[in-house]
Write a protein that binds this ligand. Sequence first.
Ligand code: 5RP
Length: 269
Amino acid sequence: MAAKRAEDVNLIEAAKRVACQQALKDNFSSSFKYVGIGSGSTIAYVVETIAALGPEVSAHMKFVPTGAGSTKLIRDAGLTVLQVPDLLNEVGFTGPGTSKQHLDIYFDGADEVDAELNCIKGGGACLFQEKVVSRLSKKFICVADTRKKADRLLSKWAYIPVEVSPIAAELVRQELIELGSKDPIIRFAPTTNTFLLTDNHNYIIDAPFPTLLLNSQAELMDPAKGLWTPNALTAKIRGILGVLEVGIFSGLTGPQATAAGPEVEGVKP
Ligand code: 5RP
């Protein structure tokens, strides 16, 4: 049984690596100057593959991380880290109405991706920084192996991560229940035996909701029956006092493309 599990793990890691290699093959260019790097286990293969291209390709590039883990990943690979505030100082503010999309591209993973490329992120608790980096990027490539693909959000993945101020966490939890979330919980960190703290010193509430509609199905929306579109539910949760950000990425913050890579034998979509 243990041997079987190890085999599954190897297949899943192979699927992630193939998806990352595909994402870079289709979307990476040596002309890039600023590249966003997301968080999670998949994105490690993006960094590994870029580093393997050698300094002649990457030495002039700066890599913008989405958290402490992502920063370490970039640094350990010998690539140059540029934090978001430093990026904004470097590019300057050129006036109202000018583009804020300073990054050439942003690669990140996801927990689930629907047929319209809306996705759920935040399994790694970095959703706020990820949303900031996605807003600063010309293009967001979501690297999601075949396990992550679903027709609609919350078909396979169970909950929406929501980053909240610790002082308001219980209040937010109650309001999420009023919106139709069944038993939202504050994420626990077993290693420290306390609630998990994000890089921003906040809590994450994992809020289960019924399967979402697509944004194109807005006419079917009926919150009383638990039928929400990703855009509408994001706006509603974001409006709760104490919420910093919601782990639904769609519209302006959602990916423009996904790279799933070929299906890997043995890894079930
Ligand atoms: C972190 C994220 C990750 O991209 C998401 O959880 C996927 O992680 P993994 O690649 O380990 O499956 O959103 O906040």
